[in-house]
Each structure stands twice: as structure tokens, then as C-alpha cells.
Design a binder for this molecule. Structure first.
Ligand SMILES: [Zn+2]
Length: 173
């Protein structure tokens, strides 16, 4: 079934999307759900490329969970560990809508994630291509294959819209 989807700036045919884009689109859906719960819109998904199945998906939830570590990636890693009954997630791929922070990059490394695919770069809090560049440090003992910039506009637009709405709400008080 072909379906039109509104992806960032303009619609594209689902059939014309790459596998990475389809999975990132699903991660963006988690980000959208997080935003409607008042959380910063970031979504993550863990995919098993050998069976072509989505193992776990999660949205950012530190405010709702009263947990500073409840980033989308951490929640997805926990759910994937639970689903596979394994603390190592070697061979699995993690999709996330924004460049991971240092905490999440550390957890991705501990989990032995095989491939990390992210959307928008995060100049302020990112730790893959910015800041500590976690995976490039000699103290990092596992680095996933990294693909950056998948549906980056969709992620960036969602974050910008979220913060713009927040500012407008504040200035209307
Ligand atoms: Zn994080």
C-alpha cells in the first residue's frame, strides 16, 4: 500500500523512502507523542536488521517520569533489553531524531549497539559530532557505525515549533 506522508518540508511517497527514512519517520512519531505530553520532542526506536523488526520505541520523558535519565534513547535501550532479555544489544540499530547527548552515547556504547542513525545535529548538547565526541575518545571501547542527518529537517522543525510555542505561551501570561 502506498501512502502519502507529510515528512518535514513537503510530502513524499512512502514507497520512495529509504528504510532509514521509514524508521526515522516512526521515531519522529514518538517525538510528536512526547511533545503532546509536554516533553521536548525527541523520539527513538530500536530495530533488528536481521529479522526486520522494531524491538522497542520510546519518546523523551524526563518530566513525566521524574527521571533526568529518561531520554528517548535510554528508555528505548531499557525496553529493548527487557524485550530481548539481554543487556547487550549487539547487532541492533538505534534510530533517534536528535544527536545523542553524552549520557546516551555512553549507554549506546555499553549496549554494544551496532549502528546509530540520528536526525538533526545538536550543537548545544550533542556528543557524537559535537562536544565530547564520545565515540572518538580512547576511553570509549565500543563505537557503533554512525549515520547522521536522516530526516534532519523534520526533527529540527519539530523542535523549533515546540520551543516557539513554549515561548509564545510564556509571553502571553
Ligand atoms: Zn540523551
Amino acid at each position: 500500500m502506498l501512502k502519502w506522508l507529510d515528512v518535514s518540508r513537503g510530502s513524499r511517497l512512502l514507497g520512495a523512502m529509504t528504510e532509514d527514512e521509514i524508521l526515522m519517520y516512526a521515531a519522529l512519531d514518538e517525538a510528536r507523542k512526547a511533545a503532546s505530553a509536554g516533553e521536548v520532542p525527541i523520539g527513538a526506536l530500536i530495530f533488528d536488521p536481521s529479522s526486520k523488526t522494531v524491538v522497542a520505541r520510546a519518546g523523551n520523558a524526563p518530566i513525566s517520569n521524574h527521571d533526568p535519565s529518561a531520554h528517548a534513547e535510554i528508555l528505548a535501550l531499557r525496553a529493548a533489553g527487557e524485550a530481548t532479555k539481554n543487556y547487550r544489544l549487539g547487532g541492533l540499530w538505534l534510530y533517534v531524531t536528535l544527536e545523542p547527548c553524552a549520557m546516551c552515547a555512553g549507554a549506546i556504547s555499553h549496549a554494544r549497539i551496532g549502528r546509530l542513525i540520528y536526525g538533526a545535529p545538536d550543537e548545544k548538547g550533542g556528543a557524537v559530532e559535537h562536544g565530547p565526541k564520545f565515540f572518538a575518545q580512547p576511553t570509549c571501547h565500543w563505537m557503533p557505525e554512525v549515520t547522521a542527518g536522516v530526516l534532519a529537517d523534520g526533527s529540527r522543525d519539530m523542535l523549533k515549533g515546540f520551543f516557539r510555542a513554549k515561548r509564545e505561551k510564556r509571553s502571553n501570561l
